[in-house]
Ligand binder design. Sequence first.
Ligand code: AMP
Length: 282
Amino acid sequence: MTQIAVFETVAAMRAKVAAWHAAGEKVALVPTMGALHQGHIALVKEAQRHARRVITTIFVNPTQFAPHEDFKKYPRTFDQDCAMLAEAQADAVFFPQVEEMYPPGFATRILLLGPAAVGLDDRFRPTHFEGVATVCCKLFTQSQADCAVFGEKDYQQLKVVTRMAADLDLGIEIIPLATFREPDGLAMSSRNRYLSAEHRALAPLLHKVMQALAARLRNRDDLFKAVTEAQGEIISAGFELDYLEARHADTLAAITSLADGPIRLLVAARIGGTRLIDNIAV
Ligand code: AMP
């Protein structure tokens, strides 16, 4: 089996990055929670286009989970993840334990405004983005990477992290990558493995409804009517809908007409206890 370097401490990762930088090599970071799929590997491939060296981080970050969420049962498949990353020719894995990231006495959070406070996922997961921002800020400064690649799959997260990196002058470029999908259109996600066969068969409906809605809006259909009908289709199919909204693609601000665009459609819905999110450009 091909091997990949694994760093468990910040000091070990920093020493390696310093050596790469001294050799004039750029370093890209791909932050993940592991349980890797081809969407994550697409991020690694994109990172390789921007930097000679790629570090993938694998850390199931406790601060971004609410007490009732799936932190404990989140899939952990470290050996398989390393095999996939070695196959993709990533250079290293940063795999810290919780104590390395949050030693006793840790007491800092990042307070977020802007895209983190627009009433989308933040309405349903009120402490999620401060956990994401805190861990990403740490990973960026720990690694000293030149750039980091994030998926559009988590569109609000991408906007939050991009804003934070700019606002806090973290000196890292955030590179977005389009959502990688299963052949039937379902956005790849580590959480898809929670789905029963029946719910897995239903799940691609989300993307189909979003595509049809985007087409209606491109044809200048009535915004409110089209969005309301799409919401109804998802609910009728048996999903519990958290939200399906048309938002400004850059700021995520609410819009009232097609002229307020560019528009991004964002959805979050639960089926059989699994929460799925997706989004699409209009
Ligand atoms: P996660 O491990 O799910 O927290 O995601 C780690 C990174 O992979 C984030 O930047 C996600 O947006 C990205 N990602 C997850 N699923 C996909 C996908 N299907 N296509 C593209 N990027 C993805």
